[in-house]
Structures are given as C-alpha cells and as structure tokens.
Design a protein around this ligand. Structure first.
Ligand SMILES: [Zn+2]
Length: 285
C-alpha cells in the first residue's frame, strides 16, 4: 500500500508538471508579436518568397511587421502580397555600399521624393549614421521631408544622432534600432529622460545579451517596466541566415519577455508597435 501511495503521488506530481508546462507553452504560443524591425531584400528575396515569409510569420505568431530593404523592391513585393500585415519603411540605399556613404550623396533626396510618391511608406530607414556625420545636409533634408510628410525615422546610430534630429525636429518620431549603440540600461534611461516624447527603441539583435545570465537582469527588467511604452521587440532579418534561424530568435525573445510582468511583456511584444504604427482607430486584425 505505501508503495502504491508513493507511485500515486509521483504520478500526481508528474501530471501537475505536465499541466504547468502545457500552460506555459500555450501562453507563450498565444502571445502574438509585432516585429518592429525586419528586412526583406536582395538575397532574402531569392531565398524566400513572400508566401514563405508569411508562413514564417504565422508559425511564430508574428501578426505584423515593419519592413524595409535594400533595394526597396523586396519591401514592396511583401507589402503587395500581405498589405494588411506589412508596415513599409523606405530605405535610401540602392546597394549595401550606400549604407556608408548616403549622407554625402545629394542624389538621395530626389530618389527619396520620387519613391515616396507611391504613398505606401510610413517611415524612412533604416538610416545608418553616427555622431561624426550628424551635420550632414542630406540627413537634415531627410528629416525635413519626414516632418513635411508625417513619416517616422528608423535610426541605427548613436545618441548624438538622436540629439541632432530632435533639436532640428522635436516632434518627429524616431525608432531607435538595437537598443542603440550602447545597450546599457543606465545610459538608455538617460536618453529616454532627455527625449520623453517621440523616442521608441527596438530590442533587435540584443536578445542574447539580455539573456546573458539566463534570465532578464534586474536592471533591464526595471528599465522595461519604468519605460514600458517605449520599447518594442524585433528580429531584424539582416541576412538570409537570420531568416533561416527566425524561429530560434523568436524563442529567445519569448524567453526574456516571459521574465517581465505579463502586461509589460504584452506591450513590448505587440501593443506599443501596434499603437504607434497602426493606431487605435483601425479595427484590430
Ligand atoms: Zn536592421
């Protein structure tokens, strides 16, 4: 009889574990994502059709994605295939070489103005630019165009670039890529304090760093809770390999999101990007 009791208890415990694990995986499977930083251009287009990209989204519960590309054809093809799920941003680069020199190239401006005529774009970027080039007249004109046309800017750069853009255009909205160039909670806290209104920050490519100790470190947790309306998750498919490993990146994202209170996790996973890029006026998908 004691033996029966023991094994009965063991079965009870095992069942409880199964139920809890089951609930946890259902909970994470049901957390929809809004990816606030993706690329689909060049080699990606050859490797994955728009249909296959949407299959990757569906498998990972990615309902919406902000997408840009070099050149812009990839973004446009994806938008054409799934217009309700893609938020197109206009890239300034014809080839990846332009990434380093666009800020010195005045021909960027007429190309940008022409491309914006399609009316599909919600923002400009991703713009790679750092402190030493912050006085670029091309950047200045790009910022003016963003203001004139009510477009957002996606910036891959240091905090000096944000300071420069906001001093020129205090009301423009900036999406700052990759937790900036100095992903340190205290530093980010200071930048958010300095720019309290229109700065949003994506966490892309920093997931391994956020999980360095296995769980989300307290200083990151505090920052995400204190500024819970300003951060957004993203995969950032900067290469074909990133598309190949999309599922495991999403798993890492869920891993640190799960260390946050559920209401904060939901904001970073979905709500912040949804409110910013789609707005409460439209009916939710
Ligand atoms: Zn990127």
């Amino acid at each position: 009889m004691p033996c029966f009791n023991q094994s009965f208890n063991w079965i009870k415990q095992a069942c409880l574990v199964c139920v809890l694990v089951g609930f946890a995986s259902i909970a994470s499977a049901q957390q929809p994502l809004f990816d606030s930083h993706l690329h689909y251009g060049g080699e990606d287009v050859k490797a994955y059709s728009p249909k296959q990209v949407i299959e990757i989204f569906d498998r990972n519960q990615v309902e919406y994605a902000l997408v840009s590309s070099t050149p812009n054809d990839g973004t446009e093809a994806l938008y054409e295939y799934a217009p309700k799920r893609i938020i197109p941003f206009l890239g300034l680069y014809r080839t990846l070489i332009d990434k380093r020199y666009w800020m010195f190239d005045k021909s960027v401006i007429p190309r940008l103005e022409k491309a914006l005529e399609s009316g599909i774009y919600r923002g400009i970027g991703e713009l790679h630019i750092f402190a030493k080039d912050r006085k670029s007249p091309v950047l200045k004109r790009v910022v003016d165009i963003a203001v004139e046309r009510n477009l957002m800017l996606q910036v891959h750069g240091d905090a000096a670039i944000l300071d420069e853009i906001f001093s020129q255009a205090p009301n423009v909205t900036i999406l700052w890529a990759h937790l900036g160039t100095r992903p340190d909670p205290d530093f980010l806290r200071a930048v958010l304090k300095r720019h309290p209104n229109n700065l949003y920050i994506d966490t892309s490519v920093r997931d391994k760093q956020l999980l360095q100790t296995g769980t989300l470190a307290p200083e990151w947790k505090d920052l995400f809770i204190d500024y819970q309306d300003r951060f957004m998750i993203a995969v950032d498919t900067f290469s074909v390999n990133r598309w190949n490993t999309f599922d495991s990146v999403v798993a890492d994202i869920h891993r640190w999101l799960n260390d946050l209170p559920p209401e904060v996790s939901k904001k970073l996973a979905y709500d912040n990007a949804y409110n910013l890029l789609i707005g409460s006026s439209e009916t939710k998908k």
